[in-house]
Design a protein around this ligand. Structure first.
Ligand code: NAD
Ligand code: UGA
Length: 463
């Protein structure tokens, strides 16, 4: 079976880049990405490629190549569903904020809405692909909705989780470590799996395309994120021990990473992991384990989140302690607000939590991030903290560039590892700030030796 028309529901950080790459690599397939959010769709269609709603290195070129040829962004959800033989569901699956499972379980209301809409609109057979990250066995619920509409259309549900990381999305999509496709092990299921394998085979080597049963595929996604986040929490836990003992966490990471069984990646100690998925997916895993009565399994994974919360708190508390236990009225600079470099995404960024704690201590924050707007920063603080509106309005100062940023600052905190921070003229900055001058490097990106030489009191994570 050859796929000619693909529809993707959800034009977010996953749907947009993923479909742009499929369209670029499969010029014979028409790809339509739909979303209810008209502003987002307009931005995807903007002639000015710097206005795309997702900032990812290299994405503008890919979109430019395919958009209008075989890549389309639209709000006409029903039309796109009805034309396509294959429909990706790439909508958000946030943590539930109400009812049972509040604060842990995945909220599947958007997924269910998509399934119902596909069921209502379809008049020809469809392959429905779960691209969103979902609890194991969600395909069963989707299939049940699709199969009970009584219009005689045959549906196959596949699981095809996405492993791209933000900031490197295009490279991850062009050269994935693997593509995972789960499906029913029936003759029809196998045909559907093969149809999706054929799409990816346009650019992904065959040995990197794994096929499994549905449940293994769904669970592998949660497991991959849990393992990745666990590595960060593990090295962060060791960073605190390093600070007490004179060991250096970068040296420890290097030493253990050279063991081929451990490997060198994902061992950078930090102010704490952020991003829309690690916390959400682990909480979901914890919830699933508890719902099967597996208390020890749930507790084991929950510790990864508790360690991360501790790391964020610890960083904020260290700033307060080193600044003589009072930061009231002191200007503290945040370099970075995004949850990692090379993205404009701020979801669950450690910066939000650290800012909250410092503002509660009455600090004045001066924030600069090369890709995040003032509107976004203030909205994050409004939505995800309990701070009063006047605190956010009057004590949070967002800079568009570094002009006058450093004047009379009491401390500088690095929250995101943007490369440009390394290139600053730190000797001149030293002259502009209040003395003693403090730098708290939450990403270990600056040169300790140089900063100390210029006169700064420099604090890294884990040394
Ligand atoms: P997002 O919030 O950026 O995008 C989701 C989009 O879906 C939104 O634009 C929303 O308007 C749209 N939407 C919701 N319901 C809709 C409906 N019924 N019809 C049409 N549009 C609808 O989310 P995201 O970051 O792209 O994540 C999507 C999924 O992919 C999540 O399950 C996430 O866990 C997973 N994931 C994300 C990443 C990542 O890096 N962000 C990586 C891998 C997997
Ligand atoms: C992560 C996974 O890496 C992707 O494979 C997955 O598809 C995605 O989640 C998802 O499901 O959403 P992402 O969150 O975009 O990708 O970015 P990561 O590079 O994993 O970084 C996550 C957080 O961990 C960031 O805040 C980062 O700064 C932090 N981190 C990462 C560290 O503190 N230390 C490290 O060594 C690595």
């Amino acid at each position: 079976m050859k796929i000619k028309n693909i529809c993707c529901i959800g034009a977010g950080y996953v749907g947009g880049p993923t479909m742009a790459v499929i369209a670029a690599k499969c010029p014979e397939v028409n790809v339509t990405v739909v979303d209810l959010n008209a502003a987002r769709i307009d931005a995807w269609n903007d002639a000015d490629l710097s206005k795309l709603p997702v900032y990812e290195p290299g994405l503008d070129k890919i979109v430019e190549e395919a958009r209008g040829r075989n890549l389309f962004f639209s709000t006409q959800v029903e039309e796109a569903i009805s034309k396509a033989e294959m429909i990706f569901i790439s909508v958000n699956t946030p943590t539930k904020t109400y009812g049972s499972g509040k604060g842990q379980a995945a909220d599947l209301k958007y997924i269910e809405l998509c399934a119902r809409q596909i069921a209502a609109v379809s008049t020809t057979n469809k392959i429905v692909v779960e691209k969103s990250t979902l609890p194991v066995r969600t395909a069963e619920a989707i299939k049940s909705i699709l199969d009970n509409t009584g219009n005689g259309v045959q549906f196959q549900v596949l699981s095809n989780p996405e492993f791209l990381a933000e900031g490197t999305a295009v490279a991850d999509l062009l050269q994935p470590d693997r593509v995972l496709i789960g499906g029913e092990q029936t003759p029809e299921g196998k045909i559907a799996i093969q149809a999706l394998v054929d799409v990816y085979a346009s650019w992904v080597p065959a040995e990197k395309i794994l096929t499994t049963n549905l449940w293994s595929s769904e669970l592998s996604k949660l497991t991959a994120n849990a393992f990745l986040a666990q590595r960060v929490s593990s090295i962060n836990s060791i960073s605190e021990l390093c600070e007490k003992t004179g060991a250096n966490v970068s040296e420890v990471a290097r030493a253990i990473g050279m063991d081929s069984r451990i490997g060198p990646k994902f061992l950078s100690a930090s102010v704490g992991f952020g991003g829309s998925c690690f916390q959400k997916d682990i909480l979901n895993l914890v919830y699933i384990a508890r719902s099967y009565g597996l208390a020890e399994v749930a507790d084991y994974w929950e510790q990864v989140i508790l360690m991360n919360d501790h790391q964020k708190n610890r960083f904020a508390k260290k700033i307060v302690r080193e600044l003589y236990n009072t930061i009231s009225g002191k200007k503290i600079i945040f370099l970075g607000w995004a949850f990692k470099k090379d993205t404009n995404d701020t979801r669950e960024s450690a910066a939000i939590y650290v800012a909250n704690l410092l503002l509660q201590e009455q600090a004045e924050l001066a924030i600069y991030d090369p890709q995040v707007s003032e509107k976004q920063i203030k909205s994050d603080l409004t939505l995800y903290t309990d701070l009063d509106a006047d605190v956010i309005a009057n004590r949070v100062h967002v800079y568009k560039n570094t002009d006058n940023l450093f004047e009379a600052a009491h401390a500088i905190a690095v929250l995101t590892e943007w490369d440009e921070f390394k290139t600053y003229d730190w000797a001149t900055i030293y002259k502009q700030v209040t003395k003693p001058a403090f730098v708290f490097d939450g990403r270990n990106i600056l040169s300790k030796h140089e900063l100390i030489e210029f006169g700064f009191k420099y604090f890294a994570i884990g040394s």
